[in-house]
Design a protein around this ligand. Structure first.
Ligand SMILES: C[S@@+](CC[C@H](N)C(=O)[O-])C[C@H]1O[C@@H](n2cnc3c(N)ncnc32)[C@H](O)[C@@H]1O
Length: 200
């Protein structure tokens, strides 16, 4: 299936240089929150052209797999890998679906930058979160980064999802999103014990 991202591969590859906030707010915050990558196995869900995958390898991750549903993004990332030999594997896969053998339970860290908002339904969002969880080893962690487009508030960067936790809320703004089976709106759900927490 074609992806809306197939036609903007070049723009994405250049975005870290052309949009200073990507480097100085987003990447800075993400990498600071992650801390040391040394020796970690990392899965980057929705890796795009591999910008972060290459960064993770350069910062010491021992294994990096980039996964994306856009054939063009993956082809670009693979071409770059052939030229530069970072030792990264790129997988063409829709993250709403279960992982193939060899990837489940294999990662210390799953990252996902600007990807979860592209889920087109709650089922797809749940599928992406389930895939991230499936990828993790028992002590792994998920970090995601989806700054608010209009930046009206300081970006809430990289909440963490424990391996044993269910996925977090699909939408943050009050009044948006459907009630759950108990009829609670998102605001009410915030009062429940948090499913996010510090990395063990
Ligand atoms: C806005 S781009 C971000 C790319 C990269 N994470 C970055 O920060 O440069 C979103 C990426 O997520 C990918 N994506 C969207 N839905 C996906 C899914 N269900 N499974 C895997 N990749 C997905 C798109 O193909 C696209 O490459």
């Amino acid at each position: 299936m074609d992806s809306q991202f197939d036609s903007i591969v070049a723009a994405y590859e250049q975005s870290m240089n052309r949009l200073p906030f990507r480097e100085h707010v987003e990447a800075y915050s993400l990498l600071k929150a992650i801390g040391s990558l040394t020796g970690l196995a990392v899965l980057d869900l929705g890796c795009g052209t591999g910008l972060y995958a290459r960064r993770f390898r350069a910062l010491g991750a021992k294994r990096v797999v980039g996964m994306d549903t856009s054939q063009s993004m993956i082809e670009y990332a693979r071409r770059k890998e052939e030229q530069e030999r970072h030792g990264i594997t790129y997988v063409h896969h829709n993250a709403t679906r279960s992982l193939d053998d060899g990837l489940a339970g294999a990662f210390d860290l799953v990252t996902s930058v600007y990807v979860l908002p592209y889920a087109t339904s709650e089922n797809d969002l749940a599928g992406m979160c389930a895939t991230a969880r499936q990828a993790l080893s028992p002590r792994g962690a998920v970090r995601r980064d989806d700054p608010q487009p209009r930046l009206r508030h300081p970006p809430r960067l990289v909440p963490q999802l424990r391996h044993d936790a269910h996925h977090g809320p699909a939408r943050r703004r009050r009044g948006h999103g459907p009630s759950d089976s108990a009829g609670r709106r998102p605001r009410d759900r915030r009062r429940r014990p948090p499913v996010v927490g510090p990395r063990p």
